[in-house]
Design a protein around this ligand. Sequence first.
Ligand SMILES: *[C@@H]1O[C@H](CO)[C@@H](O)[C@H](O)[C@H]1NC(C)=O
Ligand SMILES: *[C@@H]1O[C@H](CO)[C@@H](O)[C@H](O)[C@H]1NC(C)=O
Ligand SMILES: *[C@@H]1O[C@H](CO)[C@@H](O)[C@H](O)[C@H]1NC(C)=O
Length: 320
Amino acid sequence: MYSIHLCALLFTSFACSAFAANYQLSDNHVGSDFLSSFVHEAIADPTHGRVTYVDQATAIAQNLTFASGDTLIMRADSTTRLAPSDAGRKSVRIRSVKTYTTHVTVFDIRHMPQGCGTWPAAWEIGDDWPNLVENPTYYRLEGVNDQSPNAMTLHTSANCNMPASRDETGTPTGNNCDVNTSGNTGCGVQAPTADSYGPAFNAIGGGWYAMERTTTFIKVWFWGRNSGNVPSDVRNGGGSVNTDAWGTPTAFFPNSQCDINSHFGPNEIVINLTFCGDWAGQSGVFNGAGCPGDCTTFVDENPSAFVNAFWNIAAVRVYT
Ligand SMILES: *[C@@H]1O[C@H](CO)[C@@H](O)[C@H](O)[C@H]1NC(C)=O
Ligand SMILES: *[C@@H]1O[C@H](CO)[C@@H](O)[C@H](O)[C@H]1NC(C)=O
Ligand SMILES: *[C@@H]1O[C@H](CO)[C@@H](O)[C@H](O)[C@H]1NC(C)=O
């Protein structure tokens, strides 16, 4: 509000809108909208998870996807015991039909999948993943095995680095975003609070993740459901947002050593839940999180451990 007001005093409204980072609501994905604005992708998991992604008809028939009112639920099968020869645990992956370049995405999430072996993610990705050829670049909000806090990470082609010190509330875990030099760990920033991920996130009723991508930077914010700092335009899901009023981001990825424009093409929004695989399934990671035995065996033999392996999403709003 303040910056808009100041703008009105100092500039013409045109200069003002260029100055204040005001964005208008472009796509409001709520409840059953997800059934037409997103595609269920029944594909093999490129990260080798113990998962079988199902198509939309199967997901709805088995109530793995449930969309009604202001609610989208997407979950894993939590009743079937699997044999080693079976395909992986049934789960859901959805991808937006539209692609986005410069924009703001606000995820209003009430619950994220939890449980040993889970590897959920809400993220944006270039068309050509996992071929890693042109612009394989994306950022993601993800974690594994309930391990908090959340890490917000960019994974890019070569020549994209982040300065060690920058204006963000999170803590960098790596500053080279190149998937080929960092073992695909990318350049991550850990959120400062444990309630940014997993059971602690769910205990507070979730919250909001927002990402702003411009031609010169990417910023990510996290606010817990009851945080006193949630901007009113985020909390109310209004028709416009002003990112200038959102304060210091949780993660800040500037272009000082990374040409954002050449590294990021059109991105799709993806929300998925896989199990085990290249990250969550590593024995050091799985057992290190206090999870018993071997990840694949655990996922196969303990369906009831996945009762809480679901997303409950209030909205995904895109502003341009
Ligand atoms: C699901 O999300 C994880 C985490 O971002 C990702 O690495 C994996 O490739 C995804 N699986 C699919 C099939 O999209
Ligand atoms: C499907 O899931 C929703 C959300 O969890 C639940 O309210 C509903 O009762 C379920 N429907 C059936 C037929 O189990
Ligand atoms: C990683 O290296 C391989 C082999 O040199 C190359 O083909 C691929 O394009 C590289 N990936 C990226 C994202 O730069």
